[in-house]
Design a protein around this ligand. Sequence first.
Ligand code: HEC
Length: 130
Amino acid sequence: MFRLSFALAALGALSACEGGEAADSGACDRDPPLSYDNFGRGFLEKQCTGCHSSLIRAEQRNDAPVGVDLNSYRDALLWAERIQARVLDPEVPTMPPGGGPSADELILLDEWLQCDLLPAAAAWREEGSP
Ligand code: HEC
């Protein structure tokens, strides 16, 4: 259903907007846009919540720190910048530790972060939520 050529075009456009600001210049023009419900939740559940979930016990987390949970939208807002760093920044040790997401999934994650989650997280903090 998702087309790689579109993703690559979107990524090229996105690379012009570093820094987590909402992109302009047509980079975030997918309709409907990627959201927690239509992309983020599924990505995090597939790649992250095996270790990072408030629903699993400390000894089952494969050493993922207690409190670093990724199983709700609030968690995603709280950890948005760290999700970006740990999954997409080549300078930082990668999550998941053993790798996992495909190139296509990484492109979609980048789009979701840039176009939805990072701006939402910034707005959420401005409204006074931790
Ligand atoms: C196999 C278990 C496992 C999976 C799956 C996993 N992690 Fe982790 N995660 C860890 C461990 C262990 C640590 C602590 C060591 C470290 O920070 O490298 C950690 C730490 C973290 C931290 C806190 C440290 C920081 O840099 O802020 C974040 C955020 C994080 N992971 C994000 C993710 C994301 C996002 C995913 C999914 C894409 C993911 N992790 C998948 C095991 C996992």
